[in-house]
Design a protein around this ligand. Structure first.
Ligand code: SF4
Ligand code: SF4
Length: 445
């Protein structure tokens, strides 16, 4: 959509109007009837009570810019940047406003038409286009981060000001550096066959951050699939799903990653493409939307999107082999936004937990309020991210559960930090790890 007329309030150096094929679509924008049903579902509105930090307020700003009435100023962009893209508003909206698609399109306009500070641009360029696009480079960064921790290189980095080139403050970045897995998870064409009758053949996404921070959970996912008679192909040349880039408005690099994954997964000719990370599954199910203008890939993208299954969803549809081993613990399940709100999957992970003998499951208050992780949001929006993390930690602690079970790496990292800040003695585990542990306890049963 193009509204080329520059409104008089647009200052020099700012831009009024959206432009190009990735601009928010009129039919999406004008679906919003300003009813406000979404307000109390929105975490940033709940925290601030401000209209401009609500879905309705952000859509009003999009319309203002689209119609040339508003300039894309720092303040306008700030309200959009504050959005977590958790999509809780989509669930609450009676008019079916596709908020996630609107915000991705708006973010792409920010990157095209708004000049972010130099250090942010440098940080984004390194992160989104150099590191996330290459699993090899990502692993190098992971190894460097391990060394950085172990060798005291932190001191040198601070002295030389290298961290100053990244968004967010240096000390916070330092604090935010996650624990890394002892061995990283690498997909390079392995095929894990099953003993006995094969029930399905799947390709599995390894992903990006999860391969560095939660490799044991990915290993558990492979074992769980095998236990259920599923042959797993960790197809070579796959990489990050592109979710972080798409959410940040870096659509071209996200498309490049999607094409690479599509080609990789299709080589296995799978019955399904399995994803153990909620955020990745959500993006992959929308690959056809991402590649809607790419005639060479659209059909393949539709095919891969239709094959993509969240691992819990897949196991329940397949018919989960209930474990005989038990786990004696109380667990509360955390709904990752991109599973509950974007993919509308809330029952399957709970059914998996309920199939584990001995495990007692309790619900936490406000299950659909985002934990504040939201990809790189925890780095770029430190204050709001921590407020929401604290809110989630307090809701988790109120259940007296020993374990909070999740299905998403970003949430796992965020809850680990928030629970630590709250001095709450609650462990963060993946649903799939608990199931794997129950299977491994079968010899004791
Ligand atoms: S609920 Fe939907 S239609 Fe109503 S204000 Fe929110 S986005 Fe607009
Ligand atoms: S995506 Fe989440 S944070 Fe953004 S407007 Fe919707 S509910 Fe609020």
């Amino acid at each position: 959509m193009t509204h080329p007329q520059q409104h008089p309030i647009a200052k020099a150096g700012t831009f009024a109007g959206f432009s190009g094929p990735d601009a928010p679509r009129d039919e999406d924008l004008y679906k919003c009837v300003h009813c406000g049903f979404c307000l109390n579902a929105c975490p940033t509105y709940l925290e601030t009570g401000l209209e401009m930090e609500s879905p309705r307020g952000r859509i009003a700003l999009m319309k203002g810019v689209a119609e040339g009435r508003l300039a894309m100023t720092e303040s306008v962009v700030g309200h959009w940047d504050m959005c977590l893209q958790c999509r809780a508003c989509e669930v609450a909206c009676p008019s079916g406003v596709p908020y996630g698609r609107l915000m991705e399109a708006t973010r792409s306009q920010i990157e095209t038409n708004f000049k972010r500070p130099l250090r942010e641009r440098v940080g984004r360029n390194i992160g989104y286009t150099k590191v996330l696009t290459s699993p090899k480079r990502l692993r190098w960064v992971g190894r460097a981060a391990k060394l950085y921790r172990k060798t005291g290189a932190q001191f040198v980095a601070r002295k030389t000001g290298v961290l100053g080139a990244l968004p967010g403050d240096q000390e916070y970045l330092d604090e935010s550096l996650p624990e890394l897995s002892k061995n990283f998870f690498v997909a390079n064409g392995q095929v894990i066959t099953v003993e006995g009758k094969r029930r399905a053949k799947v390709a599995m996404l390894a992903g990006c951050v999860m391969t560095l921070t939660h490799a044991p959970a990915l290993e558990a996912a492979v074992r769980v699939l095998s236990k259920n008679g599923v042959e797993v192909h960790l197809s070579a040349n796959q990489g990050c799903c592109g979710a972080l880039n798409a959410h940040a408005g870096e659509l071209e690099s996200s498309r490049k990653m999607a094409r690479q994954n599509i080609d990789s997964f299709l080589t296995a000719m799978p019955d399904a493409v399995i994803v153990a990370s909620a955020g990745c599954g959500s993006t992959m199910k929308e690959y056809a939307e991402l590649l809607h203008d790419d005639s060479a890939y659209l059909e393949k993208a539709e095919h891969v999107a239709s094959l993509t299954k969240d691992i819990h969803e897949f196991l329940i549809e397949l018919g989960l082999r209930a474990p005989k081993g038990s786990l004696d613990c109380t667990v509360t399940y955390q709904d990752a936004c991109h599973l509950a709100s974007a993919q509308r999957i809330t029952a399957a992970p709970r059914e998996v937990l309920d199939a584990i003998p001995g495990l007692k499951r309790v619900e936490m208050p406000e299950p659909l309020v985002c934990c504040g992780s939201a990809g790189t949001y925890s780095i770029t929006q430190k204050e709001m991210s921590q407020r929401l993390g604290n809110r989630k930690a307090s809701n988790i602690a109120s259940t007296d559960a020993q374990i909070v079970a999740t299905a998403n790496p970003g949430c796992a990292l965020q809850m680990t930090s928030a629970l630590k800040r709250a001095n709450a003695d609650v462990k963060v585990r993946y649903v799939i790890e608990l199931l794997d542990e129950a299977y491994s306890n079968e010899s004791d049963a």
